[in-house]
Design a protein. Structure first.
Length: 230
C-alpha cells in the first residue's frame, strides 16, 4: 500500500512538474504570439471601456509603462477631444500627475485577444516623458477653461454655419431672380420684335393695297378718257 502510494505520489509530482513547464512554455508562446499580433492599423471602432486603464508608454521607452488612461474627454459633437493620462509616481519628472493629451499625440495599438468585444489596447505617446510633463495638468481650472473655450468654439461654428446657409440662400435667390428677370426681358424683347414685325407687315400690306388701288383708279380713268374722246 505504501509502495503504491509512493508511486502515485511520484507520478503526480512528475505530472505537475511537466504541466508547470508546459504552462510556462505556453505562456511564453502566448506572449510572443500576442506581441506579434499587436497592430496600429485603424480598427474602425474602439471600446471606450477598454481604453480606460490601458497602459501608456512614452516615446523611447517601449518596455516600462509610465501610466494609464484615466479618462476620455468628449466635445459637444461627441467626438474625442482629449485623453487624460495618469502617470506613476516613480517617474519624478511627471510627479504622478494626470496630463491632458490630444488624440493626435498618441497611437492606439490593438492586441488580438480572440474576442472582438474584449480588445486589449496599448497606448504609445508621440512624445518623451519630459515632453509629456509640459502638457496641461488635468485639474478643475483646466476643465473650466477648456469647457468655456469649447463652448465658444461650438457657438462660433453654429453661427458660421448659419451665416453660410443664409449666404447660400440669398445667393440662390439672387440667381433665381436674376434668371427670371432675364427670361422676362427676353420675353419682352421677343414680344416687341413681334409687334414691330407685325407693324412692318401691316404697313407693307397697306402700302401694297394703296398702290393697287391707285393703279386700278388710274386704269379706270384712262378707260373713261378714251371713251369720252371717241
Amino acid at each position: 500500500m505504501n509502495i503504491k502510494t509512493s508511486a502515485i505520489t511520484g507520478l503526480t509530482a512528475i505530472t505537475l512538474a511537466a504541466s508547470s513547464s508546459l504552462a510556462f512554455a505556453d505562456s511564453n508562446t502566448s506572449n510572443s504570439a500576442q506581441q506579434a499580433t499587436v497592430t496600429s492599423q485603424a480598427q474602425g471602432m474602439y471600446s471606450a471601456d477598454h481604453l480606460l486603464d490601458a497602459p501608456v508608454y512614452a516615446k523611447g521607452n517601449d518596455n516600462d509603462a509610465i501610466g494609464e488612461v484615466k479618462d476620455v474627454l468628449l466635445g459637444n459633437g461627441m467626438q474625442i477631444r482629449s485623453f487624460v493620462v495618469e502617470t506613476k509616481g516613480k517617474f519624478g519628472v511627471l510627479g504622478g500627475k494626470s496630463y491632458v493629451v490630444s488624440p493626435d499625440q498618441l497611437t492606439v495599438r490593438t492586441k488580438t485577444t480572440g474576442k472582438a468585444t474584449e480588445p486589449d489596447y496599448r497606448i504609445e505617446l508621440n512624445m518623451t516623458r519630459n515632453q509629456l510633463g509640459k502638457e496641461p495638468v488635468y485639474s478643475d481650472s483646466w476643465w473650466t477653461n477648456a469647457q468655456n473655450q469649447a463652448d465658444q468654439a461650438w457657438q462660433d461654428t453654429k453661427s458660421a454655419t448659419s451665416s453660410a446657409w443664409t449666404k447660400v440662400k440669398n445667393t440662390t435667390s439672387n440667381i433665381v431672380n436674376g434668371t427670371q428677370n432675364k427670361a422676362d426681358d427676353a420675353a419682352d424683347a421677343t414680344s416687341n420684335a413681334a409687334h414691330k414685325a407685325g407693324n412692318k407687315m401691316s404697313n407693307a400690306a397697306d402700302a401694297a393695297g394703296d398702290k393697287a388701288s391707285n393703279a386700278a383708279n388710274d386704269a379706270s380713268n384712262k378707260v373713261d378718257n378714251a371713251t369720252d374722246n371717241n
